[in-house]
Design a protein around this ligand. Sequence first.
Ligand SMILES: [Fe+2]
Length: 344
Amino acid sequence: MIFRQLFDQTSGTYSYLLASRPGGEALIIDPVLEKVDRYLQLVKELDLRLVKAVDTHLHADHITGLGALRDRTHCITVMGEQTKADVVSMRLGEGDKLTIEGLALDVVYTPGHTDDSYSFVMPDRVFTGDTLLIRGTGRTDFQNGDPRQQYESIFGRLLKLPDATLVYPAHDYKGDTVSTIGEERAYNPRLQVKSVDEYVDLMNNLKLPNPKMMDVAVPANMKVGLAQEEIARRGWTLSAGEALALLGKPDIALIDLRERRTRAARHHPGLAARALPDVAGEHPFSGGMLHELGKSTSKRLLFYCAFGERSAMAVQAAQDAGLTAACHIEDLDGWKKASGPLAR
Ligand SMILES: [Fe+2]
């Protein structure tokens, strides 16, 4: 496995680059905007292809690199399903897997620091975000934080991992880089409590100042969505009503870009929608897939997805590949409002 721990000195943030092999797919956890050039340089030097950029939670102390990485690599942006961010391409929930070629991380919901905090577990290590830090725990006094939930996330979930599991947090301000579950259970001062109430008391009396960047970072991180206006300005975006008028026309191929889980759980515009096998939910905008699609049909491609971001990326990629008639449906909410046909 290729594994790199990267540090942003200004915010004390650790970001993690993972891949299973040189030449293969990579993902990055908790990237920082100011470091995006550095990450992409490293991705290139290691001969990797960045396909997913993931935030463990909505950060208050730095601006996420998710949007910039997506704009520059077409990677998929990923956060938990509780996120307040406007648009991410993939939303994960408890029990899901975060996958790239050759790697699968277990997705564990660990709220408490924020209500959208997740940890990602591999056989030998865990990425704990700000839920569990080295000899500390993430503050619980804003962003819907809850010390009671955090106690459960730490004691009920993370400390149940084997003692030797390596702990890689999203931050450290002392220069420590890694710990283990056993070490934290024994020596983390916040975890030396006898009850959940004692932990709640401890967390409620920390009296910490707000992070310096908070007023800037939180609003910025809630608005990471692709610059969809540009795609719309070029006439590549159809409203639900416009799409509805095209449905059933013989020269339209409707392409469902939603990940499998969403597809199975929710209604879709139905009719001739064609899901993309296998690549759906992974990285549908590269590897010749769109080219193949373009060759396989003479129809106009009409993409749609759950939030309108993935489909906007597909349109951009299709247009780049010379499929100049490709367009996408703005979003599915609008579809329902326009009384578009729905099918299970
Ligand atoms: Fe945080």
